[in-house]
Design a protein around this ligand. Structure first.
Ligand code: ZN
Ligand code: ZN
Ligand code: ZN
Ligand code: ZN
Ligand code: ZN
Length: 406
């Protein structure tokens, strides 16, 4: 997966203090002319757009709030000119430009050579930022290392098998321990390296949280489910975009011993294309069970569609997936969900504040079954946060709550 840092060559992703910037857009950097030439075909569209409009590098205002506003306008302008969606690395060019971490002025040459993620206009501003940055420097460093590792090699989970020992009857107490019980790597030294373990926690996070909610709601006990077919509603685009559906199905089928099928409905206006994916598991255990599973993607608003699909055993709302606060749609969603007895909803968020506001949208007779708290099974992978004036790294599914209608 490609990514963008101002401090790494955009082609080979190696960090260096002496990269040459693209003379047109001044945003993208390369280690050599050779790599610049190699990238031109991909880069030229966005390069033209950037050099013909203003860029985050031309900011002349003051403070994080103004810089954020400036970025939003710039992003909208780029988008309009480009006439298509940004690729991930194009989006990151806009989110993480090389500007001073203190005054947001562009064209800096002083870069933190530990994390390669912050730049300064002067030594004075580096010192001003020192204490604040120290808290996050190592996390930002890990963030870059994981990007580089994932860029360069096939991820471990491609080789992963899901043979959980039957003696494990409930989820281990942390996401790391869950990952470690998957029997594909007993090498202790491998797990000691954060750069190996942490990406796994992100990758398995959604699957583990689904199981967590099923165990909390007693739908699954001692790895046996009350029903052999499971229906899940997912109302979030993020769940849809970052998910490896095969992994989720494998995980569920191996963890829940009597489970024979899973049907997931992903319902959101953010879905790109309406389609249905069918999964058959290729492992012996999956074939023996005749496990069948499908994911149906619906480009709809959840509240408009909820009554036409099978009732859920679990509703998944990961990472701020709620409709905007105070809209009519939202109260319609909660009232339609009320029609289901024993409906359980798992909600997660990057922030406690965001989570509490989501949970607040479910008035009685909804009850908070698991009060908003830090998630034992949240992702441990630091993700850069493009919003100025808040923590520079955040974590997916960091806070969790489960609500139910009893
Ligand atoms: Zn290079
Ligand atoms: Zn350029
Ligand atoms: Zn500065
Ligand atoms: Zn640093
Ligand atoms: Zn399997």
């Amino acid at each position: 997966m490609s990514f963008f840092y101002f401090s790494v060559c955009h082609v080979c992703k190696k960090e260096s203090p002496t990269l040459k910037k693209c003379s047109k857009c001044k945003l993208v950097h390369y280690c050599s002319q050779e790599h610049q030439r190699q990238d031109w075909r991909t880069h030229k569209d966005i390069c033209k757009v950037i050099s013909e409009t203003n860029t985050p590098l031309t900011f002349s205002g003051e403070g994080p709030i103004e810089f954020d506003k400036f970025k939003i306008i710039t992003g909208a302008l780029w988008h309009l000119r480009l006439g298509r969606r940004f690729s991930v690395s194009e989006l990151e060019m806009w989110m993480f430009p090389k500007v001073c971490g203190v005054c947001y002025k562009g064209s800096m040459n002083m870069v933190c050579t530990t994390c390669w993620s912050v730049a300064y206009c002067s030594d004075t501003h580096r010192i001003v930022h020192e204490k604040q940055h120290a808290e996050f420097c190592q996390k930002l460093k890990l963030c870059l290392e994981i990007h580089q590792k994932m860029f360069n090699q096939e991820p471990e989970w491609e080789r992963m098998r899901f043979d959980f020992s039957k003696s494990v009857v409930t989820l281990p107490g942390s996401i790391c321990d869950v990952v470690k019980i998957m029997e594909f790597k007993s090498d202790v030294d491998f797990w000691k390296k954060a750069v190996n373990l942490i990406p796994m926690t992100e990758f398995f996070c959604s699957a583990v949280n689904v199981v967590y909610a099923l165990e909390k709601s007693k739908f699954v006990e001692k790895r046996f489910a009350k029903k052999t077919q499971l229906v899940i509603h997912a109302t979030t685009t993020e769940f849809y975009k970052n998910m490896s559906w095969r992994v989720l199905m494998e995980f569920l089928s191996h963890w829940i011993l009597n489970l024979q099928g899973v049907r997931i409905y992903v319902i959101s206006p953010g879905v790109d294309k309406e389609e249905c994916l069918e999964f058959t598991l290729s492992c012996d255990a999956g074939r023996k069970k005749q496990f069948n599973s499908s994911v149906m993607f619906l480009q709809r608003k959840y509240h408009e569609f909820i009554s036409t699909i099978p009732r859920p055993d679990l509703v998944v709302m990961f990472n701020r997936s709620l409709p905007k606060v105070g809209t009519v749609e939202w109260s319609e969603t909660t009232s339609k969900l009320l029609a289901y007895k024993n409906a359980f909803i798992i909600l997660t968020s990057y922030t406690m504040e965001g989570l509490k506001s989501s949970v607040g949208k479910f008035p009685p007779p909804w009850v908070t079954y698991l009060k908003p708290q830090e998630n034992l099974y949240g992702s441990l992978r630091p993700v850069r946060n493009g919003k100025e004036g808040s923590d520079p790294v955040v974590y997916c599914n960091k806070f969790v709550s489960i609500i139910a209608k009893k």
